[in-house]
Design a binder for this molecule. Structure first.
Ligand SMILES: C[S@@+](CC[C@H](N)C(=O)[O-])C[C@H]1O[C@@H](n2cnc3c(N)ncnc32)[C@H](O)[C@@H]1O
Length: 296
């Protein structure tokens, strides 16, 4: 199967929330396939869009998609947690808007070798940045049972975390767990049949989400990007974040509310949800929540 092209979510809402100024400087921390970046860049005249992604392959796709805007787009391989360093290197003190469209793209999900999908057989990798060393297989084969349980519970809100962790530790005594299929099989065997039949989602959904969050340090990186990004926003600048699960959304909500309470934000809004039309046409949009903030 060829990986599907990523379809950006809530583009109209993102543009409205960012209120793009033609001569502004914008940072897209998750440039991905360049869908949002294209919409932003097409509204710039003398402005600049800096696009980051920790996945060099995503940057390559974005580069092609944004070809017509080479005069106003800079694409950089970096983790958004280090946006400070990137802006320092570019000698940019402040930006007018920041966008984070969290998680993984459809293209990444559909690439079996990345090990991100429980539907595709592949190595248990899950790194968004292939230059990073730690993989999901490393975690699954080395952490002790309690640590694994904690990851599945805290990052996946998985009810059967303890049973899954126990069975993983037992299974790896015979052979290391190396593929997505190995993991799916063990998760399926750990969840009681009645619970499996009742569930509307694939039994391995939560475990895969949890491991991906742990491998890529997603929650900590988000927290760092919110703090560093807010400091680098110009007065009146906008911060827009689209999240896809409650753990991310909670972090964004708390951070934005705290800024408003401290008088550092002029306004915050959201969560905005995609229109019913968009949710029908792009299933990935269904769980999207957009929150935005304007700096005081
Ligand atoms: C949902 S996709 C973004 C899609 C993009 N907005 C578009 O319109 O095509 C998320 C992207 O963010 C990247 N990403 C996730 N976490 C990141 C991080 N901490 N730093 C940089 N990029 C990250 C992923 O590699 C992926 O390409």
């Amino acid at each position: 199967m060829n990986p599907r092209a990523h379809q950006p979510v809530m583009v109209t809402e993102v543009l409205e929330a960012l209120a793009v100024k033609p001569d502004g400087i914008y940072l897209d921390g998750t440039v991905g396939g360049g869908g949002h970046a294209h919409a932003i860049a097409s509204r710039l005249k003398n402005g600049l869009l800096i696009g980051l992604d920790c996945d060099p392959n995503a940057l390559e796709i974005a580069r092609r998609h944004l070809q017509e805007f080479t005069d106003r787009v800079k694409l950089i391989h970096a983790n958004f947690a280090h946006l400070d360093r990137v802006l320092d290197e570019l000698k940019i003190h402040s930006v007018d808007g920041i966008l984070l469209d969290l998680g993984v793209s459809l293209t990444q999900l559909d690439t079996a070798e990345r090990g991100l999908s429980f539907r595709l057989a592949g190595p248990l990798d899950m790194r968004l940045d292939p230059t990073q060393e730690l993989t999901a297989a490393d975690l699954v084969n080395s952490l002790d049972e309690r640590e694994l349980e904690r990851i599945f519970r805290d990052y996946g809100e998985e009810r059967w975390a303890a049973r899954i962790a126990k069975n993983l530790v037992r299974a790896r005594q015979n052979n290391p767990i190396e593929t997505t299929s190995d993991l799916v099989k063990i998760v399926e065997q750990s969840i009681p049949a009645a619970a499996r039949y009742k569930s509307r989602i694939h039994p391995a959904t939560r475990v895969f989400q949890a491991l991906r969050i742990a491998v890529n340090n997603e929650l900590e990186n988000l927290q760092k990007a919110l703090m560093a990004g807010f400091e680098r926003l110009a007065p009146g600048g906008r911060f827009v974040v689209i999240s896809f699960h409650s753990l991310e959304d909670r972090i964004v909500k708390r951070f934005f509310r705290a800024q408003l309470k401290a008088g550092r934000a002029a306004q915050i809004w959201g969560p905005l949800r995609p229109s019913p039309e968009e949710s029908t046409q792009n299933p990935r949009a269904r769980s999207a929540k957009l929150r935005a903030l304007q700096k005081a």
